[in-house]
Design a binder for this molecule. Structure first.
Ligand code: ARG
Length: 401
């Protein structure tokens, strides 16, 4: 009998997929749930409940992988180095978790002797692209199956299918939003949000619910471009991101409302909550201002949008992304220091200070006060040469009309 490894979320679609693959493909299904820091009710119930649900749906085996630290340090931290914001805004929340999941699906496919991996994505989104292109990059021999793209069941029919096979599912009440979540943030789509003119209802926000009553100030420590401490406490990556996210999110910081361009040609309206990610990206950018040499900073800024596009478009595992990572890592050699950020109500974050033992900022050079070390006489010759080309143009060719 063939074996298929399925990316399992515990929701309706992937629970139905367990049974559907078993029946339609005559296969044994190994359900794999990857903990990337999602905190919804379903996960609060405990990962054991999730495992039981997969078995009840018909899986021969259910595996839960704790990938939180890996997600933070091997996927989110590279995104910080690259100041990654797709279309200048979206910090790639869902896009970063897919390669982590793919990595474990492929690994477990080998362990369990499976010849295919499966995912629950539909045909309209980016996540199918990320699952499939990622799997091809790591394991070109594995087949990728997307039941939801094949079965043509709407939500009601899925509920009926689940009832017919006694698949335990969560409440069958109308699902209001489509939500994807991990420690880097949360994406919220569908329902009233499909009208780009409609203001998002306040109650959709969980990571940025405004519960704080006064501003919060934090000091974030970085070493070689990645965060290592919060207010002096060194913490593992996932705890750092989560703690900063809770502090900032409580003031309402970290919300995004945007219309974005999907890889499959659709524009979609997306709400994101990403307090930890946006706080770290903000702080990191300010530390780079202090420590990156001029040309390096400008060239890096040109490459950053490309990095974000590659990751958004499913090319996490690809030669260009790999080469850009090497550049990003090299660029961060001196991005070490501390940044103070204040989160004010409701929801703004401002950097109020930055320092680094290897800062390129030199007060003696910058100051307009006593203690100036700049050689003013050098400026005269420099500026004359800087303008030599345009002066010659003006004299010989008449210059500006
Ligand atoms: N539009 C975002 C992205 O492509 C969010 C996707 C959310 N995924 C989901 N299955 N709800 O990265």
């Amino acid at each position: 009998m063939r074996r298929i490894v399925l990316a399992y979320s515990g929701g309706l679609d992937t629970s139905v997929a367990v049974r559907w693959l078993t029946e339609q493909m005559d296969a044994e299904v190994i359900a794999v749930a990857v903990d990337v820091g999602q905190e919804a009710d379903r996960f609060a119930e405990g990962w054991d409940t999730l495992r039981d649900r997969a078995i009840a749906a018909g899986a021969v085996e259910a595996v839960v992988v704790d990938a939180r630290q890996e997600m933070a340090e091997e996927y989110c931290f590279p995104a910080i180095r690259a100041n990654a914001r797709y279309e200048g805004k979206y910090p790639l929340v869902s896009a970063l978790s897919r390669p982590v999941i793919v990595h474990h699906l492929v690994r477990l496919a080998r362990v369990h002797g499976a010849d295919a991996v499966a995912h629950g994505c539909t045909g309209k989104g980016n996540d199918q692209v990320r699952f499939e292109v990622g799997t091809r990059a790591l394991a070109p021999d594995l087949e990728v199956i997307a039941p939801a793209r094949v079965w043509g069941l709407n939500r009601e029919q899925c509920v009926e299918y689940a009832a017919k096979w006694n698949i335990p599912i969560e409440v069958t009440k109308e699902k209001l939003y489509s939500i994807d979540e991990n420690l880097w943030g949360k994406s919220i789509e569908c329902g009233v949000l499909e009208d780009p003119w409609a203001e998002p209802p306040e109650d959709i926000y969980t990571m940025t619910a405004r519960t704080a009553t006064s501003p919060v100030e934090v000091v974030i420590g970085f070493e070689e471009g990645v965060p290592v401490s919060l207010d002096g406490d060194r913490l593992p990556g996932h705890e750092l991101v989560t703690r900063i996210g809770r502090l900032a999110g409580a003031t309402g910081f970290g919300r995004l409302d945007m219309v974005e361009n999907r890889r499959v040609g659709i524009k979609s309206r997306e709400i994101y909550e990403s307090p930890g990610a946006l706080a770290l990206l903000l702080a990191h950018g300010h530390l780079e201002d202090l420590t990156l040499e001029h040309d390096l900073a400008h060239e890096k800024a040109r490459l950053e949008p490309r990095w974000a596009e590659l990751v958004y478009d499913g090319y996490w595992f690809s030669p260009l992304k790999q080469a850009l990572d090497a550049f990003m890592i090299e660029s961060q050699r001196h991005v070490t220091g501390e940044v103070r950020v204040r989160f004010e109500l409701p929801g703004t974050g401002v950097v109020t200070g930055r320092r680094s033992p290897v800062a390129l900022y030199d007060r003696g050079l910058a100051t307009y006060d006593a203690g100036d070390t700049f050689r003013h006489e050098d400026a005269e010759g420099f500026v004359r040469l800087w303008g030599l080309g345009v002066a010659t143009w003006a004299a010989r060719q008449g210059g500006h009309p």
